[in-house]
Design a protein. Structure first.
Length: 233
């Protein structure tokens, strides 16, 4: 079955990409091993099949990233809120991989592992339905000061718009596209994926209306060759 649209998880090793996808698809947090290459999961969203690609953050698999991003309708750039370097890497190492994504690709920036921070209890307070969880987490004393703040993610989002030469007026607001999650507790994980799926639907419709041309690179190669020989003749 051919997926209608593609969502790609990118980010440094150990930030929790696989754990986020597991949490969403299997509804639990389990031990992971560092991803080799990449893997995808198919999600039925209304009448559409969306593939979610989990990629490897390790440097040695870096070359594969742009291949996974080809034609992507959304890219989820993931960092660890307790590791500033993981946010810096998104700009330095991962952003360029998204050059192969769809021209109207949506970008989300996700800070994972918020459960480890001392702000977590505060975040939960705003979430009425999580009152019981708050009691459990307040017993844990190993909380740390968050290293990366939402403002840093918002700043990166604005840099991405500049890099892509997009106008803030034409894309979803930075505040809407920067998320903080915990794959461990499930905090905001469904919200993240489902917000993205909803936003991907119009892109799927546009991709389908334009037909397969846009995603088949081979066609572009052929027409480029023809033009070249045309010039020589
Ligand atoms: N406390 C906490 N730990 C997490 C969370 N998400 C992931 N982890 C842990 O962080 C480690 C790395 O998680 P993975 O999901 O394998 O990370 P990844 O981004 O897929 O890493 P690569 O596949 O190497 O790119 C594992 O030990 C997870 O259990 C989270 O939200 N909170
Ligand atoms: Mg992984």
């Amino acid at each position: 079955m051919k997926p209608d649209g593609k969502v790609v998880l990118l980010g440094d090793m150990n930030v929790g990409k696989t754990s986020l996808l597991h949490r969403y698809t299997e509804r639990r947090f389990q031990d992971t091993i560092s991803t080799v290459g990449g893997a995808f999961y198919l999600k039925q969203w209304g009448p559409y099949n969306i593939s979610i690609w989990d990629t490897a953050g390790r440097e040695q698999f870096h070359g594969l990233g742009s291949m996974y991003c080809r034609g992507a309708a959304a890219v989820i750039l993931t960092y660890d809120v307790n590791n500033l370097q993981s946010l810096i890497e998104l700009e330095d190492r991962f952003l360029a991989l998204t050059d192969t994504a769809s021209t109207d690709c949506i970008f989300a920036i996700v800070g994972n592992k918020v459960d480890l921070t001392n702000e977590y209890a505060l975040l939960l307070e705003t979430e009425e339905e999580n009152r019981s969880e708050k009691l459990v987490t307040s017993c844990i004393s190993t909380k740390v000061q968050k290293q990366v703040h939402l403002d840093d993610a918002v700043a990166l989002y604005k840099k991405i718009l500049k890099y892509k030469m997009l106008d803030e007026k034409d894309v979803p607001a930075a505040e809407k596209m920067c998320f903080e999650t915990s794959a461990k507790t499930g905090y905001k994980v469904d919200y993240l994926f489902e917000t993205i799926f909803d936003m991907v639907v119009p892109i799927i419709l546009r991709q389908q209306a334009e037909g397969p041309l846009q995603t088949v690179d081979l066609t572009n190669c052929k027409s480029a060759k023809r033009t070249k020989s045309g010039c020589c003749a």
